[in-house]
Every structure is written in structure tokens, then in C-alpha cells.
Design a protein around this ligand. Structure first.
Ligand code: SAM
Length: 290
């Protein structure tokens, strides 16, 4: 690694400038990328998938770590030759040119793998929902989002940011905000600050049917968050549903904790026609900023 040119030199040598359409804001300070990788690890020989490596600041730190393999998924083909310069020929690095929204992660790695990414902000929430609700769940996820999205993921009942993203994220994972980064840490700087969230899948996460029910209940409850649950959940059973879940029908969505939403979701199962699997992610991503 010491013989490598700096990230800036590599970008210049390849004539690469950031493209807005790919959400490109680069971390060129290896002290920062090493810190993110320390927060993400230890990997203990497991594989790491990095989405959107760009010029490879995080990739370099991952290659210095105890990751068994590092698999990159980059949509912008201009970066592939630059990233190939990080390959020491050991077979530890794999570069996949493609869209992470369409990639089948289970075909890239065997066994449990970590996900580490400074996410493109325009698809960050969609990717998170893909990983939380899809068939392939990582061993752990360490993801950079714009600060407001990070806050929505870790929000607690009563917080302004508390909503469906918090409930779904926290139903599947323990989620912690582990690092803040100002816009000036990126090249070019985005308009907003960023934050890193570390998510670890819970052993008691809901199975697919319950997760879908949770999505239906949170969509209805937070879709009309100022209304009492007996009104906002009318289509799902209203006051009767609340009472069978041990929730006051006069409460509003913003005060119901994860356990309360899980009770509502369980009580709702069977009360509604089944939802198609894709609707879980679609409903959540429709509300995202990005
Ligand atoms: N990891 C680099 C860093 O920290 O400097 C770059 C981060 S930049 C915010 C986001 C990266 O994701 C860019 O390299 C961009 O080309 C890539 N990207 C954007 N959309 C993508 C997608 N759908 N799938 C894979 N990569 C994507």
C-alpha cells in the first residue's frame, strides 16, 4: 500500500472528476476511511462488500484490515481501471461493475459478509431497505448517509425523525449512529452533513410475514401521524386492532415503540389481504428524501 499514489494523484492520473448523477462525494483522507473501517470491524476473515468504492479510499482501508475478501460493486465504469491498481494479485480483491440495487449479493460472497459503504445519497435509503427486507442479510452493515437519514434510522419514539424507517430498521437490526462527518470532509462537499450508522441484525428479528405486516401497519400509522391510531389504522381494524394489541386507540404513531408496533403487526396478520413482497421496500423508499 505504501507504494500507491495518493487518491488525489490517482484521480488526476486517470482524469476523473466527480459526477453528480452518481452521487459522487469522495473521502480522500485515509485517516477518516481507516476510522470508518475500524468502526465497521473486526471482520475476522469474513468477506466485506463495499458498495460504491469510487476512487477507493475506503477500499484501501478495507484492504489493510482483517477482511478475508473485499468485493467492490461500482456503477461508474470510469473507476474500474483505477480500482484495479489496488489489486495485489492475491485474489483478495474482486471488482464488480454494476448497480448495487440489482446485484445478487449471495452470488458475490459465500457465508456471512459485512457491508461497508459511503453510500450514494440518491439511492442510500433504497439500498438499506433492500438489505433489511431482502433475502440476503449481511452479518453487519456500516453505512454513511446524509445526517437526516441517519437520524431517521436511529430515532426513538417522540423524536421528530421517528417514523417507518426507524421502526423497520430497528425491528431488523440494532442500529447506532457511530460517527458524524461535516460536508467539508468530502470532495466535492455535498450540501448536507453526513453520519455513519452501524447496524447489526437482531437474533429475534421478525420473519418475512411479520415484517410485511409491520410495514403495512407503520405505513398506515405514520401516513397520518397526527391522527389517533383508531383513525389512522381504520383500514386495518382501528380501535379493535389497537385493543387486541394492548395499545390505546387514542395514541398517535409517534409515541408507539417498536414492541408496540410489533404487537399491532402481529394482531393485524390475517385481517388483511397479503402484500406482495416488493411492496415492503417500495412503500418505504417512496417516502425517502434523496
Ligand atoms: N466510497 C467512495 C468514497 O468514500 O470516496 C465514493 C463514495 S460516493 C458518495 C458514492 C459512490 O457510489 C460513487 O463511486 C458512485 O459512482 C457509486 N454509485 C452510485 N450509485 C451506485 C449504484 N447504484 N451502485 C453501485 N455504485 C453506485
Amino acid at each position: 500500500m505504501t507504494a500507491l499514489p495518493t487518491l488525489r494523484e490517482q484521480l488526476d492520473a486517470h482524469g476523473l472528476a466527480a459526477k453528480k448523477s452518481f452521487g459522487q462525494h469522495f473521502l480522500l483522507d485515509l485517516n477518516v476511511t481507516r476510522k470508518i473501517v475500524r468502526l465497521a470491524g473486526p471482520f475476522e476473515g469474513r468477506a466485506v462488500i463495499e458498495v460504491g468504492p469510487g476512487p477507493g479510499g475506503l477500499t484501501r482501508a478495507l484492504l489493510e484490515s482483517d477482511a478475508g475478501r473485499v468485493v467492490l460493486v461500482e456503477k461508474d465504469p470510469r473507476f474500474v481501471p483505477l480500482l484495479a491498481e489496488l489489486d495485489d494479485g492475491s485474489g483478495r480483491l474482486t471488482i464488480v461493475e454494476g448497480d448495487a440495487l440489482n446485484v445478487r449479493e449471495d452470488r458475490l460472497v459465500e457465508g456471512p459478509a459485512h457491508l461497508v459503504s459511503n453510500l450514494p445519497y440518491n439511492v442510500g435509503t433504497a439500498l438499506l431497505i433492500k438489505w433489511l427486507t431482502g433475502p440476503w442479510l449481511p452479518h453487519a452493515l456500516t453505512l454513511m448517509f446524509q445526517k437526516e437519514v441517519a437520524e431517521r434510522i436511529v430515532a426513538a419514539p417522540g423524536d421528530d425523525a421517528y417514523g417507518r424507517l426507524a421502526v423497520i430498521s430497528q425491528a431488523v437490526c440494532e442500529a447506532r449512529l457511530v460517527m458524524h462527518l461535516p460536508a467539508a470532509a468530502f470532495t466535492p462537499p455535498p450540501k448536507v452533513a453526513s453520519a455513519v450508522v452501524h447496524l447489526i441484525p437482531r437474533a429475534d428479528r421478525p420473519e418475512r410475514t411479520l415484517l410485511k405486516a409491520l410495514e403495512r401497519v407503520t405505513a398506515a400509522a405514520f401516513g397520518q401521524r397526527r391522527k389517533m391510531l383508531r383513525s389512522s389504522l381504520k383500514q386495518l381494524g382501528g380501535a379493535d386492532l389497537c385493543e387486541s394489541a394492548g395499545i390505546s386507540p387514542e395514541d398517535r404513531a409517534e409515541v408507539i415503540d417498536l414492541d408496540g408496533f410489533l404487537r399491532l403487526a402481529r394482531a393485524s396478520i390475517g385481517a388483511e389481504a397479503p402484500t406482495k413482497p416488493a411492496e415492503v421496500g417500495a412503500a418505504l423508499t417512496r417516502r425517502k428524501r434523496s
